[in-house]
Write a protein that binds this ligand. Structure first.
Ligand SMILES: Nc1ncnc2c1ncn2[C@@H]1O[C@H](COP(=O)(O)OP(=O)(O)O)[C@@H](O)[C@H]1O
Ligand SMILES: [Mg+2]
Length: 331
């Protein structure tokens, strides 16, 4: 079998790109879920993806490491490049290489229930990468220690809390020496008191220079850790920028609507973290010009997909500024 090609990609300033995605599209049957996504992620960068349920966030992550078969587009990860939709030996080989370069952590942990923590961690390195078992155990023990589970190596998933299970899952993903870590809502299945311990492990990974794409609405985490926040809606990346921009000065109406309406309603805790409160509906003056839609339509969730909505009134300040973060702290 020919050696797979892996050629690092650099931008014109000499920075290494770990992810380069161009024109990525995904259909499930007739359902057009990803509608042409472009993304570049530099080495060591942390990108947080937010957006309403059903907008395609999980599908995007799953296409990146080919858990789903993307319909068209180009995906380059860690210097391995694949043209989606092609087939054949070369394609399969490159897809395999990309899978090996990505670690993924899911909402539901996905641990093997009949294996203890260390066995879960060494499974990939031994079976997929062909590492020697002794060496894999040593590395696995170091990883489990790093995520704070030195005393839980021989515990089975059923004997671990949700937070501990997710930390095993992170150690397991790291055991494959990935160049990129993908997290799909890693804390949303956890009881609130267990979320912090998982976010801390993720923060540690980020501070050690791991390149990460994280789907999460943990706003405090994003504010502290994300280099870039991307707002996704209806299969598109709508806007992106540093958290201070996207959270506090969103430009696109859809981002504003998500942050001001959907987040407080669906995710009051995370909205509160950002200091965003639900927008009170402003009733028009009795003699004001009629709205394009019945009063209240804008706040009706069924209508949120309709781009022909009247402009949603923005609260908190005459210029429509978003509220400052709690305590007015600087970001
Ligand atoms: N395996 C699948 N088969 C068919 N449709 C899917 C599959 N996975 C996701 N979808 C559809 O793709 C759309 C986006 O879903 P998803 O990527 O899970 O969104 P998000 O993660 O943003 O909530 C939804 O319409 C969903 O029903
Ligand atoms: Mg999802």
């Amino acid at each position: 079998m020919a050696e797979p090609t892996s050629t690092p990609i650099y931008d014109d300033q000499g920075r290494e790109l770990i992810v380069k995605v161009e024109g990525l599209q995904k259909y499930f049957g007739k359902n057009h879920v990803l509608k042409g996504i472009d993304l570049q992620v530099f080495k060591g960068e942390v990108v947080v993806l937010i957006g309403p349920s059903g907008s395609g966030k999980s599908t995007f992550l799953r296409c990146l490491n080919f858990l789903e078969d993307p319909t068209t587009g180009e995906i380059g990860i860690g210097g391995v490049h694949v043209t989606c939709g092609s087939h054949g030996g070369r394609f399969k080989q490159d897809v395999h290489q990309i899978r090996m370069k990505c670690g993924m952590v899911f909402q539901e942990f996905n641990l093997f229930p009949h294996k203890d923590a260390i066995e879960n961690v060494i499974e990939g390195p031994v079976l997929v990468k062909g590492e020697k078992k002794d060496a894999a155990i040593k590395k696995g023990q170091a990883l489990l220690t790093k995520v704070g589970l030195a005393d839980r190596m021989d515990f089975f998933p059923s004997q671990l809390s949700g937070g501990q299970k997710q930390r095993v899952a992170i150690a397991r993903a790291m055991a494959m020496d990935p160049v990129l870590m993908l997290f799909d809502e890693p804390t949303s299945a956890l009881d609130p008191e267990l979320i912090g311990e998982v976010l801390k492990v993720m923060k540690d990974l980020a501070s050690q220079g791991m390149t990460m794409i994280v789907v999460s609405h943990e706003m405090g985490f994003s504010r502290d850790v994300a280099d870039r926040v991307v707002y996704m809606d209806d299969g598109y990346f709508i806007e992106q920028g540093p958290p201070s921009e996207v959270f506090f000065h969103p430009k696109d109406e859809r981002t504003k609507r998500f942050l001001r309406h959907i987040l407080p309603e669906k995710d009051p805790r995370h909205a509160k973290e950002l200091g965003i409160i639900a927008v009170e509906e402003e009733l028009p003056e009795p003699d004001a010009a009629p709205l394009q839609a019945p009063v209240g339509a804008a706040l009706n969730e069924d209508n949120l997909a309709d781009n022909a909505l009247p402009r949603i009134p923005l609260s908190d300040g005459p210029s429509g500024e978003l509220p400052l973060p709690p305590g007015g702290e600087e970001l």
